[in-house]
Design a protein around this ligand. Sequence first.
Ligand SMILES: C[S@@+](CC[C@H](N)C(=O)[O-])C[C@H]1O[C@@H](n2cnc3c(N)ncnc32)[C@H](O)[C@@H]1O
Ligand SMILES: O=c1cc(-c2ccc(O)c(O)c2)oc2c(O)c(O)ccc12
Length: 360
Amino acid sequence: MDMDSVSTGDNNTSSLLEAQSHVWHHAFNFVTSMSIKCAVQLGLPEAVGAHAGPISLPDLVSSLGLPPSKAPYLHRLLRLVAHSGFLSLHTKLNDVERYSLTPAGRFLLSDNPYNAGSLLLAVLDPVLTEPFHHMSAWFRSEKTTFSSTHGGKMAWEYMATDAVFSDLFNDAMARDSCMIAELVVKEGRSAFEGVGSLVDVAGGTGNMAKAVAKAFPGMSCTVLDLPHVVSGLEDGGNNVKYVAGDMFESIPAADAVLLKWIMHDWDDEKCVKILRKCRTAVTGEGKDGQVIIIDMVLGNQSLDEKLRGVQYAFDMEMMVSLTGKERSEEEFAKLFFDAGFSSYHINPILGTRALIQVYP
Ligand SMILES: C[S@@+](CC[C@H](N)C(=O)[O-])C[C@H]1O[C@@H](n2cnc3c(N)ncnc32)[C@H](O)[C@@H]1O
Ligand SMILES: O=c1cc(-c2ccc(O)c(O)c2)oc2c(O)c(O)ccc12
């Protein structure tokens, strides 16, 4: 091959090497993700976190119950996991390497109520990674919706048939809700003040509703979700009850309806259907309620590069695993007006996500 014809633009040595490394960085990102997944599956965060002070490699090998012969291999895994920002490396004591958890590493602890390890395990489960192998074939096909993998089942139908993946996914959602509930109660309190009754539509196992009910003792909260998600869940004290149902059919009347991480699961047509049902729920019986949405809003220029990258990656996940998408303010506004709402307010208080209040 004539190499001159391959290199384009500025071909001095450092820019060539940088361009190659850029490709490698993205090609191997997957290896980094899978290595962090392995660390979570081994219980590494718990072993590091439980140790009094930074832990050495031999102590880690024994507390993880690994064969001693695995020590040099574990050392290599630790190096990457530490480099990725989940462990701090301490070398001061007698030149022995010891590890402690960084704040991001503590997010991987299974007993951390905010644990994000479950989301990592779900996103890196073959159920969710496998469809990506078929993305280019889908682009070439005439099909406009991707989500027909998993033996031809659509996402939520599939979920009802795979209890292991469903439990992992619901746990990921529940942990996220713990953290978001705390932030919402702290930073977005005004949205919930004066609300007497709230339905958390597709509210999963109810963590968000429980936290909101606890923070606002006078509020009665209902969690609506599919039967396989809420069946067997006891109505929790604290004014929280569960209803098994289909949000496309009927949503109980309330002063406010919450949709956390729901809009991005669905295409525009389905979103408008859900929003119309929500509008009916908050305007019945002479009510003049509101719909509260927690989701990403694309195009917030104050987000840094990394967070914008996370939003675009989530958008691909929604495209490939579900029939959903992440939306800009303009795209959300169109949905709201199409569903008959008259105004909205976006409060970007949740990092990559925002709290949106929508009014009839
Ligand atoms: C992404 S999860 C979000 C759960 C919860 N709102 C949260 O943020 O933790 C989407 C939820 O929608 C539920 N769901 C899907 N289709 C539904 C339907 N037709 N009616 C009610 N819930 C549904 C799923 O069971 C799942 O719990
Ligand atoms: O990573 C995700 C994956 C999925 C998902 C759900 C059911 C399926 O059967 C499926 O194949 C994929 O849904 C998500 C979601 O709904 C969120 O709100 C946030 C993240 C995800």
